[in-house]
Design a protein around this ligand. Structure first.
Ligand code: UDP
Length: 328
């Protein structure tokens, strides 16, 4: 049985990827340090004899027993609130963590795909964003720790490909949603749905004219799977080009949840990108991939997930407690 290592396995995307690779017949080692991930996301996999969980921080030397066919590096804080709270760890997992996993890929002769992000485009001046666009990133702004870690990640991945001949793939992931997002990570979709479920007003940051384009998780996983199996070694955008303003998105969530919550306006975070939409021409032409799940279908499934959470979860206001982790 071929073996796959997935880092960030207890996170939102990682847990869905673990399921997909188990379904494809691989033995999966799921690695996570559980700082933003949650074991409940993968507890249903623990009884699967082809799944092994490893509690490890990939910023430290990584080793796993046996051969590896693929490595999927998806460990990283990924919401603005998280990377503001643990900026140094965010930089480390994108840089040192990626370096460790590229070294492991080289040693095991494994193919590696790294999770990059639309944040490499920063607050983009080109719209929609094609892969050729180099971006508009403030390296010392609050998002710099994430954006520059991911930009470094792309650079070192290409260097291992060109210099050591490691088989590498780079996926630039745009805003994605679905079951197992963290309710309290500050991202707009769980924030709005959580507020609607608690009967609170929805907090739109700025005037709500900024745009995002949301991709349902199953579509994203399919795109990642196809990219990994393809021969394409340059970065590739995977996301849904269906763009919406955050103000209109708030209205959609109010309709979806069948509530009559009000919208209140709060300050726009510093360097919050004004617009974001993936150009997916390459994914269409090279992978034959495009998203299949439209927003109303995807939102319904996601809403059902959030509705099923306990009221303790729903009313938990604090974000993850990073105190012990930060001391390390
Ligand atoms: N946002 C908002 N209200 C919230 C949380 C986020 O209006 O309660 C906005 C945020 O300013 C941004 C957009 O929604 O313009 C998407 O934010 P998110 O943190 O989900 O992702 P990112 O900015 O990384 O795309």
């Amino acid at each position: 049985m071929e073996q796959v290592l997935i880092t960030g396995a207890a996170g939102f995307l990682g847990s869905h990827l673990c399921e997909r690779f188990l379904d494809e017949g691989y033995r999966v080692i799921g690695m996570d340090n559980l700082i933003t991930g949650n074991l409940t996301n993968i507890e249903h996999l623990m009884l699967n004899e082809n799944f092994v969980f490893s509690n490890h921080d990939v910023s430290d030397f990584v080793n796993v027993p046996g051969e590896l066919k693929y490595i999927l590096h998806f460990a990283s804080p990924a919401s603005p609130i998280d990377y503001l709270k643990i900026p140094i760890q965010t930089l480390k997992v994108g840089s040192l963590g990626t370096h460790n996993l590229l070294g492991l890929a080289k040693a095991k002769n494994a193919r590696i795909i790294v999770a990059s992000t639309s944040e490499v485009y920063g607050d983009p001046t080109v719209h929609p964003q094609p892969e050729e666009y180099w971006g508009n990133v403030n390296p010392v702004g609050p998002r710099g720790v994430y954006d520059e870690a991911k930009r470094f990640q792309e650079a070192i991945t290409m260097a291992y490909h060109n210099f050591h001949g490691v088989e590498t793939r780079i996926v630039r992931i745009f805003n994605t949603y679905g079951p197992r997002m963290r309710l309290n990570d500050g991202r707009v979709l769980p924030a709005f749905i959580g507020q609607a479920l608690r009967g609170e007003s929805l907090t739109v940051f700025g005037d709500g004219s900024q745009t995002r384009s949301f991709c349902y998780v199953d579509d994203l996983v399919e795109g990642i799977y196809r990219l990994l199996l393809s021969d394409y070694t340059q970065p590739m955008n995977i996301g849904n080009p269906d763009e919406i303003t955050i103000g209109d998105f708030a209205e959609e969530i109010i309709k979806l949840t069948n509530t009559d919550q009000k919208v209140i306006y709060e300050d726009l975070p510093v360097n919050d990108p004004k617009q974001r939409q993936p150009d997916i021409t390459k994914a269409k032409n090279i992978l034959g991939w495009e998203p299949k799940v439209n927003r109303s279908e995807g939102l319904k499934i996601t809403y059902d997930f959030f509705k099923s959470l306990s009221s303790e979860e729903l009313y938990k206001t604090e974000h993850n407690d990073f105190t012990d982790y930060i001391k390390k």
